[in-house]
Design a protein around this ligand. Structure first.
Ligand code: ASP
Ligand code: MG
Length: 422
């Protein structure tokens, strides 16, 4: 008998029919003798609908007072789904009880709409499990120190589930979703993409941060920090498939790097179309210039990703970086008002139609020439690289958005990701 956490995403909870299916699957695990904690998302579309209502009443405001109310509203989506799932489980003949985040409680900081979990009190949940109940905990939500309801950011139920699994030292956290695992790249772009049976936590972290949307990135960070065994699998298999088969399906996030004898050099290709490039032209090349340019951007809470500074000519240089596309206009405006006058830069130019393509793999640590192979593949396709950034286990390039699919396909093939691994 093991303590297992299941997480079901919005699509898996998308209708009463789908919820009945979830209940049957959970009941199967409970009847096999496992202690079950289930963390569902809101029914698909529900969080968007709720936030849309708020937007109708206050289209532009983002004051702290408004953010507090957004969390009050958005958290109700999960409150409905936990109740429905508890009813569905009871209809299956199991004892089940649902809790909101604040009933557990799940404690967070006070950053409304993107709060971080600080602690989870599992006493109440443990008592229920000991009494033979299935416990259903609302994902995505918590309570700050002043007892305000908070939410964890979009996609935050993944993080709730992993945090519950960590707090309760669960045997495994199974993330049920509408895809059947983590792929070498998005199969909608490369039909030959393969599901990875295992992926290392570090690779998963890079892939999540680089725009592969299978898991919320914070959930992966959490899993790494607390070493939570995590598996991503499909909720669209028949609910009554053999439990041993189900427990092996999907993709397991591993922590042992040397588990696979022959590690594939590149595990996957990630891409992100949400970025925009900005260049400040003709800034003086002197100490403090990066801070003068990026300081005001950071102060405005705008995240910066890739940064490059070019060589200087006549004591002047060009400074480029990328931001989220939603922050593009705001950043340009900010630079024009706060940075250009102070630094005597000549101009600010930008391109919102770029994308970032990355190769990721812990094998890159021990293999040389992986990045140069990437550059050669792109060169052979006639794709110009605008920016490059690397870490120990990834190389990312910024290219024109219109070449994204071509680049991803070419790299996927060149690194043999369409070939089954031995
Ligand atoms: N319901 C929330 C969202 O749509 C949280 C989640 O689904 O993970 O973002
Ligand atoms: Mg999700």
């Amino acid at each position: 008998m093991a303590l297992i956490v299941h997480k079901y995403g919005g699509t898996s909870m998308g209708s009463t029919e789908r919820i009945r299916n979830v209940a049957k699957r959970v009941a199967k695990w409970a009847r096999a003798g496992h202690q079950m904690v289930v963390v569902p998302s809101a029914m698909s579309g529900e969080t968007n609908r709720l936030l849309g209502l708020a937007k109708e009443l206050s289209p532009a405001s983002t004051t702290p007072a408004l953010l507090r109310e957004l969390d009050m509203i958005a958290s109700t989506g999960e409150q409905v789904s936990v109740g429905l799932l508890a009813i569905a489980l009871q209809a299956e003949g199991l004892e089940a009880v649902s809790y909101t985040g604040w009933q557990v409680p799940v404690r967070t900081d006070s950053s409304f709409t993107k709060a971080r979990i600080q602690s989870i009190d599992d006493a109440r949940v443990r008592a229920d499990l000991a009494a033979g109940r299935v416990v259903i905990i609302a994902g995505f939500q918590g309570l700050d120190e002043n007892d305000n309801i908070t939410t964890l950011g979009r996609g935050g139920s993944d993080t709730s589930a992993v945090a519950v699994a960590a707090a309760m030292k669960a045997h495994e956290c199974l993330i049920y979703t509408d895809v059947d695992g983590v792929y070498t790249t998005d199969p909608r772009i490369v039909p030959e993409a393969r599901r990875l049976a295992t992926v290392s936590f570090e690779e998963m972290l890079e892939m999540a941060s680089l725009g592969s949307k299978v898991l919320q990135i914070r959930s992966v960070e959490f899993a790494g920090k607390y070493r939570v065994p995590l598996r991503v699998l499909s909720s669209f298999t028949p609910w009554d498939i053999d439990i041993a088969e189900e427990a092996r399906s999907g993709t397991l996030i591993t922590f042992e790097e040397d588990e696979k004898m022959e590690q594939a050099v590149v595990a996957g290709i990630a891409f992100n179309r949400d970025e925009a490039k900005i260049t400040v032209l003709g800034v003086p090349d002197k100490p403090g210039i990066a801070f003068q340019i990026l300081g005001p951007v950071a102060e405005a809470n705008i995240d910066i990703d890739v940064i490059i500074q070019n060589v200087s000519h006549d004591g002047k240089t060009d400074f480029s970086f990328t931001v989220h596309r939603n922050d593009y206009a705001r950043t340009i405006e900010l630079l024009n008002t706060k940075v250009v006058p102070q630094t005597a830069a000549t101009n600010v130019v930008g391109d919102p139609k770029i994308c970032k393509v990355s190769i990721v793999g812990i094998g890159m640590r021990s293999h040389v020439g992986v990045a140069s192979k990437m550059f050669r593949v792109l060169a052979d396709e006639g794709i110009n690289i605008q920016m490059i950034t690397t870490s120990e286990i990834k190389t990312s390039v910024v290219i024109d958005e219109k070449y994204m699919e071509l680049a991803v396909r070419a790299l996927h093939k060149a690194f043999d990701l369409d070939q089954p691994t031995g």
